[in-house]
Structure formats: C-alpha cells, structure tokens
Design a protein around this ligand. Structure first.
Ligand SMILES: *Cc1c(COP(=O)(O)O)cnc(C)c1O
Length: 398
C-alpha cells in the first residue's frame, strides 16, 4: 500500500508493505522457504535471489514493511540486533576512520567497539550525548560517524538527539542511532535527520520474546551499502524468523502504546511510594531528560506528529532498603518474569548489575549509575491496574 503518511501508525503497522492482492490471493504474505531462484543473464551478484543475499520475496516484503514503519526509504532485516549494528558500522567505517560514540551503550555494542574496533583499524572517542560543547573538541580530521542510542539502558537517558543530527550534517559525518528502546511508534530518527537507524528486532519490533532479529533503516543508498556488507558477512535473517517478525510488526503500535501507558502509570505510582527512592523514566517530570524526551517523542516541541506518542515501556527504580529490598522486590512481584531482555508482551524485571551489566566491574558500574540495588522493569501489555497493584502489594511486603 502507498500513501502511508495519511494513516496513523496503527493502520500503517497492519497494512504497510502488504501485497494486494497477495501471492495466490493470500491475505497473509507466505514464507518463501526456497533458497534459490532462477536467474536472468547479467543479474548483479547482490541482486540474485538467494536467502543469504537478502533478496527473496519474503525478505523484500519484510524490508518494505520495516521501512514504512520507521519512516525511511529502505530497510534491511538481519539475523540479530548485533548483526545489524556490526554490518552498519562495517559499511560506514574504513581502516583509519575515527568514530564518535555515545558513552552509554548496549553491552554488546560496548564490547564490540572496545574489543574489535582496533582490529578493524578504527579509533573511537566516547562522548556524552547530552554535552554538544564536547563533540567538536572530540572530533578528529578522520572522524567519519557519530553513533548514539535513542534511550539508554538502564537509566533511560535521552541525549540531545536533534543536535547530534545537526552536528553530523554540519560536519559531513554519518549519524547512526540504535532506536531499539524508543521504537518507531515513539521516535522516527530518519525523519529527525539521522542517516541510519538500527533495531534489535528481538525486542519491541517482534514483541513476543520468541525470535532474534535486527533491522537497519535509512536511505536506499545507505541501506544498500549495509546490505552488501551483510551479504559478505553472512548475517541474513532466516525465513521463518522473518515471517514471525512481520506478524509481530502488525501489532507494534497497539503493543507499544499499551507499554507506554503501563510504564507511565507504573513509574508515577512507584515515584509516589514511600518505599521507592528513585524512579528513572523519561515520562516523569523528575527525570533529567524529560523536556528533551517530550520534544522528541511526543511531538509537543517538535513536529506535532500525533504518531509520536510516548516515552517507551522501560523504567528502572531503586527501592528504599538497598540491595536486599531490590532482590526481594524481584521475587515478590507476581506478574513480571525475573529475566533480562525486554520489549515483549509479558512484563520482565531484572537487576542490571547481575544481567546486562554483569560483565563490568563494580566500580565501572557505579561510575555509570548502575548500582547493585537498581531494578529494571520492561512493561508488558498486561492491564495497567493489574500491573500497578502487583507492584504496590510487593512493596507493601518489603
Ligand atoms: C538487545 C539489544 C541489542 C542487541 O540485539 P540482539 O538482537 O540481541 O543481537 C542492541 N541494542 C539494544 C539497545 C538492545 O537492547
């Protein structure tokens, strides 16, 4: 379907990329399981229809759907979020290039950069996405790109993303953003001026905690460059996982809007509770990035686009009573599973010090605010009252 700008995101999620009529009249786009297809003489290697080359009918359908949802010209699905991140960086950076990179990153991204950048001949400087005055001094003559995340884990910080896009345009750099936590329902980076947007589709895009996938979005030229890189590294998405991801995408807007609402209600209730010392949620006025987040995500200070609708489904808290209270809370809540990862329909609760940030030393964790008593919550789509009451009952028992 075309003319998606006329529709709200719930409609777009259902109809974007769908073929009408579908193959054999099918309403649901089928899984093309075949790896090989007949080839016309003279077809470019990267355009031969082959599963690893990301060119089979099911893959092209999924790419169309992803691109329209993210508000970009093109998209590429990958075998994981890390495959998306590494393919994007390998397509942009050459040996000898320098990267500006946000100082709070998903653990896998942080490890990739610190363990593998040097092997590839890349240098990098960590910068604070909240401090535009520090970017120019950190820039070098060989700086090629600037990489940030839209909402960082686990304190849910939101950097000066509009300024990042402006800075990269001004200095001819490629801007790359990991938009996993915000999702296109809340933030569409390409429309905000970023060159490449990346997702761990394992999280909200699929939304059911049952597959690993990634995605890269941007202009056709940039995404095609990432696709050629990915084709060589061999990180294409399996046909069945691609089918499940497309199915998950159809309910993305419904799910994320419910998760936005649940997280805001839960964050507000927790903030008012005497047994909670700190709540980190960008939708709360007390959050240091509330104003930036409001402008970027809800459109009130930006485009006014009604599709930009909330502050995401992730929050973290520090209960009064320290580590023991944090451990007890994780056990006392009935609805959330005690598990890492995020973005599924079921709520999850975890202590980042022993999961996502478990590979860091206690000092390094403390330096980035990941204290041992920090509890992170990924809100699912349960009824808001059930979720809030569950936490209130658990806190009362502390
Ligand atoms: C999970 C995650 C990734 C990595 O994604 P995988 O699908 O596990 O490879 C990257 N960035 C963020 C923000 C994530 O949450």
């Amino acid at each position: 379907m075309s003319h998606h700008d006329e529709f709200q995101i719930e409609t777009t999620a259902v109809h974007a990329g769908e073929r009408r009529p579908g193959p054999e009249g099918s309403v649901v786009f089928p899984i093309y399981q075949g790896t090989v297809y007949s080839v016309d003489e003279g077809t470019d290697y990267h355009d031969i229809k082959y599963l690893r080359l990301n060119s089979t009918p099911s893959q092209v359908y999924l790419h169309d759907k992803l691109a329209i949802l993210e508000g970009s010209e093109a998209a590429l699905a990958t075998a994981s979020g890390m495959a998306a991140i590494t393919a994007a960086l390998h397509s942009v950076l050459r040996a000898g290039d320098h990267l500006l990179i946000g100082d709070t990153l998903y653990g896998g991204t942080h490890d990739f950069i610190t363990h593998h950048a040097a092997d590839n001949g890349w240098s990098y400087t960590f910068v604070d996405p909240h401090r535009p005055d520090t970017w120019e001094p950190a820039k070098q003559p060989n700086t090629k790109a600037f990489y940030v995340e839209s909402i960082t884990n686990p304190l849910m910080r939101v950097g000066r993303l509009g300024e990042v896009a402006d800075f990269t345009t001004e200095h001819g750099l490629v801007s790359i953003i990991d938009n996993t936590f915000a999702t296109p329902v809340n933030f569409q980076p390409i429309k905000a001026g970023f060159d490449l947007s990346i997702h761990s589709a394992t999280k909200y895009l699929n939304g059911h905690s049952d597959l690993v996938a990634g995605a890269v979005m941007g202009s056709a030229d940039r995404v095609n460059a990432v696709r050629k890189t990915l084709n060589h590294y061999g990180g294409s998405l399996d046909a069945h996982a691609g089918f499940l991801l497309a199915r998950g995408l159809k309910t993305l807007a419904l799910r994320v809007k419910a998760q936005n609402a649940n997280a805001l209600a839960l964050a507000s209730a927790l903030e008012a509770h005497p047994k909670v010392d700190v709540v980190n949620y960008p939708g709360l006025e007390s959050h240091p990035d509330h104003e930036i987040a409001r402008a970027l995500f809800t459109g009130s200070g930006g485009t006014g686009d009604v599709r930009h609708s909330g502050f995401g489904g992730m929050l973290s808290i520090r209960p009064a009573g320290g580590l023991e209270a944090a451990k007890s809370l994780c056990e006392l809540v009935q609805l959330p599973y005690s598990a890492p990862s995020l973005g599924g329909v079921e709520s999850l609760i975890t202590r980042p010090a022993v999961t996502s940030h478990g590979g860091m030393t206690a000092e390094a964790r403390a330096a980035v605010g990941v204290t041992d008593d920090l509890v992170r919550i990924s809100c699912g789509i349960e009824a808001v009252d059930d979720l809030v009451i569950d936490f209130m009952r658990a806190l009362d028992k502390l």
